[in-house]
Write a protein that binds this ligand. Structure first.
Ligand code: SF4
Ligand code: SF4
Length: 381
């Protein structure tokens, strides 16, 4: 396992961190799906035994079960070996006292006296304004004073400008967590945000390195063919991780492993994970893969949402997103099922009455009405 320095932490942190949001699941006798607790505990301990020392969970992962399972896994001397991270469910915080109420509940579920990092979860512009108004700074001071947490951080989902504001307006962040992968290099915080945090000396943890598994499974043949051109043979998963650990600003890459095989594969990949390891040719190869994925985009929708609400209830950006994703990643069944759920709620393209309101509002000047029809055809085939 490779380790990197992590801001003010007193010990180096493994470049690979276990994200606890996609544990293996099993069917109950009533036919319901639940986490395979024994296997999840086995995986967490296996990771720690093989050098992983960064464990990331959150209040709502697995419907609240993740923190409980992590708590069980960290018994028997495992707690002392890791940096433990969980997150405040910002959207459920209504008043100042809620911050501590959630934290206490989480400490209990995790069976620990303190957290290494307590993150404000999934900050965007609105949530940032909300926690400022509710006094998150005072809460952090008090929680640190009481010994309940060591360090402050946030995870992020919004535009780059919002990311910069969050970093600029509070100078006590000890870390931040962003979504980044070979396809999202300019999405949300993106590479620019990563570099901005790096300039401020704030360690960055990466989430969604495999874009929710899309860069790992069912790789389209034309993409595989590009990867295959490399003289050094690597799996698409290794390329995706390699592109990330190449950045010296990246401190930890979280992977939400869902079975032991994936975990063992990831640990193997991270045995060698030095920064600035990629050659110019390798970076060009990743650029070509990205371009190939992007060439499959059917509609240039930026998800700005200027076109909604549609008077007929059509979820225009969501439909375009499904249309693009089914073209890019080629696993059409998953997207067809999501579209089917929209149809059940009368939010699909057939609801369009062609009033033209959306096309007038769209800054990309997209032919929305016609494209909705094309998307409907593909997603129902
Ligand atoms: S044209 Fe169709 S999709 Fe666009 S706003 Fe009107 S009803 Fe909604
Ligand atoms: S206004 Fe245009 S670009 Fe923006 S979400 Fe709607 S369709 Fe997409």
């Amino acid at each position: 396992m490779q380790y990197r320095n992590f801001g003010k932490l007193q010990f180096p942190v493994s470049t690979f961190g276990v994200g606890c949001m996609r544990f293996p699941t099993m069917q109950t006798s009533e036919g319901k799906e639940k986490v395979d607790e024994q296997e999840a505990i086995k995986m967490i301990r296996y990771a720690i035994d093989h050098g992983v020392n960064y464990i990331d969970t959150a209040y709502f992962y697995h419907g609240g079960e993740s923190e409980i399972i992590v708590g069980k896994a960290l018994q028997d001397g495992y707690r002392e070996k890791v940096s433990l991270v969980t997150k405040c469910p910002v959207w459920d915080v209504e008043k100042y006292a809620d911050f501590e109420r959630f934290l206490d509940e989480q400490l209990e579920k995790l069976q620990v006296d303190y957290l290494d990092f307590y993150l404000m979860h999934a900050l965007d512009k609105n949530r940032w304004e909300k926690i400022k108004a509710l006094g998150f700074e005072k809460f952090y001071e008090e929680a640190i004073q009481k010994g309940k947490i060591k360090y402050r951080g946030f995870s992020f989902h919004d535009e780059l400008s919002v990311f910069r504001s969050i970093l600029d307006e509070y100078d006590r962040w000890d870390m931040c967590q962003i979504q980044l992968n070979i396809l999202d290099h300019q999405y949300q915080a993106g590479v620019e945000g990563l570099r901005y945090a790096g300039l401020k000396g704030i360690p960055v943890v990466i989430m969604e390195p495999l874009k929710g598994g899309k860069l790992a499974q069912k790789i389209p043949a034309d993409i595989e063919a590009i990867w295959e051109e490399s003289r050094t043979k690597r799996s698409p998963v290794e390329w995706a991780f390699r592109w990330l650990y190449n950045f010296s600003e990246v401190a930890v890459i979280l992977s939400g492993v869902s079975n032991m095989e994936q975990l063992q594969d990831n640990i193997k990949i991270f045995q060698e994970a030095p920064a600035q390891c990629m050659t110019k040719e390798e970076i060009k190869l990743v650029d070509r893969v990205r371009e190939q994925y992007e060439s499959k985009i059917k509609v240039g929708c930026t998800k700005c949402e200027y076109c909604i609400p549609c008077p007929a209830g059509v979820r225009i950006p969501n439909i375009f997103d499904l249309y693009n994703q089914s073209s890019m990643y080629g696993s059409s069944k998953e997207y067809a099922m999501s579209y089917q759920r929209m149809m059940e709620k009368n939010e699909d393209a057939t609801q369009c009455v062609q009033c033209g309101q959306c096309e007038n509002a769209c800054p990309q000047h997209l032919p929305i009405i016609q494209t909705l029809q094309e998307a409907h055809k593909v997603l129902t085939e």
